[in-house]
Design a protein around this ligand. Sequence first.
Ligand code: UT7
Length: 346
Amino acid sequence: MIVDTPVATTSAAPAVDRTVLPVAVAGLGAYLPARTVDNEELTRRLDTSDTWIRTRTGIGRRHTAGPDEATSDLALAAARAALLDAGLDATELRALVVATCTPDHLLPATAPLVAAGLGTSIAAFDVNAACSGFVYGLRVAGALAATTDGPVLLIGAETLTRIVDPADRGTAILFGDGAAAVVLVAEEGAALGPFDLGSDGDDPSMLWAAATGTRYPPTPARLVAGEHFLTMRGSDVYRHAVLRMTASATAVLEAAGIAIEDVDLFIGHQANARILAGVAERLGLPQERSHVTIDRHGNTSAASIPLALADARDTGRLRDGDRVLVAAFGAGLTWGATLLTWRARP
Ligand code: UT7
């Protein structure tokens, strides 16, 4: 029997959002930077081991952006791949949303840069819900797709390795870079939802990059002290992640009126293989129905779910009509889950 200690929060749990949007994924594309860093390479500069990393996280290697690559470059490559997959030209898009917590700049948003790269001037904006960004993005971009007369592009894109302290073995081993995009279209009979999205901002320091914004600006002294880097209380985040993703996925299944047996594939945020296994166990889902890419990608935050979705498609794990349950958890804290029905394209 699994006994979980409830997580402390002062906030009331939000009601599940029962909206089911008539929206389908009409195209899916991914981009991973060429360079990979395996655990062995990390052991040359950090007090860690391949065995520790594999047993505690499930990670074997991760991709890292080249020196000239920023988040918008990764996003643009993924966007082009998704448009090609959908057989669409960028001029046919109605809006573009980038889910990221590692934007090119604090200002402007990354999405307009990606739109410019595609040669379009459509509405373009970012969603920042950290590692839950893609699930939040599905709600926002899905609603746009359902209510406009054209496709909407949602991209999860991150360059986490730029904000991680390379000397911090607790985080430097975890994160990777990458991007993946979905073209969302309104389609009769398609189903995206219900949604369970939530947040708890009581203790942002559990996982944050402190000296990066207006609360605690990045002064020269703070930069020298490395206070602009991401820091995380790993075991606290771990506990919250398992409980929140399980609760969120359960709420979505209940709202959809389906059982875990009706789910063909579970794609959880790829933060740690043990977290994914813990969530699957609590949901009563056989491990083989949980798609895992963290061994090859590391934690790519808002890009992890669409990257895993692309990997599942490319490895033949998705069939027409499959019900895919996605769930995420991230800094904020934020969490979310939803269901999508996979439509195979000719
Ligand atoms: O994507 C957003 C959400 N993020 C997550 O969900 C991440 C959640 N957290 C985790 O995945 C895990 O907490 C970590 C993988 C970060 C850490 O694993 P853990 O099993 O929770 O380890 P811990 O933090 O409790 O540390 C255990 C020990 C410590 O040593 P002592 O104090 O017991 O001597 C750490 O210093 O492991 C040590 N340690 C390491 N040892 C070797 C921490 N990192 C490393 C390392 N190599 N890379």
